[in-house]
Design a protein around this ligand. Sequence first.
Ligand SMILES: Nc1ncnc2c1ncn2[C@@H]1O[C@H](COP(=O)(O)OP(=O)(O)O)[C@@H](O)[C@H]1O
Ligand SMILES: [Mg+2]
Length: 228
Amino acid sequence: MLCAENLTKIYRSGEEEVAVFEDLNFEIRQGEFIAIVGESGAGKTTLLHLLAALDTPTRGEVYFFRERISGFSASERAAYRNGKIGFVWQMHYLLAEFSALENVMMPSLIAGGDFHSARSRAAELLAEAGVAHAADRQVGELSGGEQQRVALARALINQPLLLLADEPTGNLDARSAERVSALVEKFHREHGLTSVLATHNLELARRANRALRLANGRLTDAAIPEVH
Ligand SMILES: Nc1ncnc2c1ncn2[C@@H]1O[C@H](COP(=O)(O)OP(=O)(O)O)[C@@H](O)[C@H]1O
Ligand SMILES: [Mg+2]
């Protein structure tokens, strides 16, 4: 489903160059649940941004179903980001002054979806995420764990094939992190997703089928019990 070929990211600022990683080659098959682990600064966020077509590689390619992401036109990139993938970040990036329901509906409305079907699908996803009670509340009033569950519901509104999550439990206490981890796993399974998560959370990483460790610019297989 996703394939990286000689994927390289080098940041340049003035004279200085930071090679985050060079020549990564890997494949992610449909239905896999992958945890990317590695220390802070290892390049996990950079890698997820490349997979999401939010950033462009210095060299190399990402293929989505054999299509070259870097060859996408601006509108193909937008359709890829809005329709094919769902994202969740460490910071939820919900709109605080809108209700949970409105936040979840938004990507569907942006994609030109019908208001009533967006609304009923958003309500269903909030229920699946265990936050139906929060549907009409302003997101800014919800707890961190509830906000992250709303963010997961929003990520699924356009029925993506791929879920990308960057430390989705990073800002949560242990109990909320556990509930969000369980929800990621449930959504992965019940929505037939392919999921790629960067995480420091052992409890979340243990739910994955495969763990990859990013360290010193290299991506290697990691044994799941030892991911941390
Ligand atoms: N926009 C940027 N410009 C320059 N360096 C950056 C930029 N973004 C990230 N980096 C550097 O790239 C490396 C990897 O960062 P990041 O992908 O955020 O790692 P992680 O998510 O694993 O903590 C770090 O050394 C970071 O300082
Ligand atoms: Mg990061």
